[in-house]
Design a protein around this ligand. Structure first.
Ligand SMILES: C[S@@+](CC[C@H](N)C(=O)[O-])C[C@H]1O[C@@H](n2cnc3c(N)ncnc32)[C@H](O)[C@@H]1O
Length: 198
């Protein structure tokens, strides 16, 4: 059997009300996310990742189709799957992240996450119920029109990694595209927005 090394050797990182990042052998009474050792972003200790997971806990994910833009380690996709999402499409520009994400998908036994290399939302007619994008503001702004195209009435978008300086521009852009602002969270360094397509 392959010897995995874990991102959180012997540590439990509680996230939100229900999750914890922890290796498989530590007993926990939360929903477990185990992550292999690797260089990609998404360990569960960054404020943007935490805020996205906390906001995912506040919305109905069960049975929904989810798009995870800039998946990194796959942590948000795995959380979505464990919250009962029907299908999750994840992508990242970085091939190493996609490799790591694929390992984490396998190790967490989540069978409904498809992870691939891409730098923008794949052109298709497909609509999503929930769109997660913890990237940075310029990438979010660059994909804003495609995020709208991948949305339908009621689609929830959780956007993070936005600098306070660019937060107004991002908010205005999404409102202009037909989203309503549900929540703004000003974190220590970044802003997270929860928006819903009107
Ligand atoms: C801040 S990390 C977020 C990782 C994880 N989703 C989380 O919430 O912890 C941002 C990720 O977006 C990826 N990324 C940056 N620009 C991208 C783009 N244009 N398309 C896809 N992925 C991108 C990076 O490679 C990185 O893995």
């Amino acid at each position: 059997m392959k010897q995995w090394r874990w991102k959180t050797e012997n540590k439990i990182i509680p996230i939100g009300k229900t999750f914890a990042v922890a290796p498989p052998w530590i007993e926990i009474n939360r929903i477990r996310i185990s992550l292999v050792m690797g260089s990609s972003f998404g360990t569960g200790i960054h404020e943007t990742t935490i805020s996205c997971i906390e906001e995912m806990e506040n919305i109905e994910i069960k049975g929904r189709k989810v798009l995870d833009i800039g998946t990194g380690s796959g942590i948000l996709s795995i959380a979505a799957s464990k919250l009962g999402a029907e299908e999750i499409i994840a992508f990242d520009i970085d091939p190493n992240a996609v490799y790591e994400c694929s390992q984490n998908i396998e190790l967490n036994s989540v069978k409904n996450v498809k992870c691939s290399i891409a730098s923008n939302i794949p052109q298709s007619e497909e609509k999503f119920d929930i769109i997660l994008a913890n990237i940075f503001d310029s990438a979010i702004l660059g994909m804003a029109t495609n995020i709208k195209t991948a949305s339908q009435r009621g689609t929830m978008a959780i956007l993070s990694g936005i600098s306070p300086e660019e937060s107004y521009t991002v908010k205005r852009k999404f409102i202009h595209l037909g989203f309503s602002l549900i929540k703004s969270r000003f974190l220590e360094e970044y802003v997270t927005y929860v928006l819903q397509m009107r």
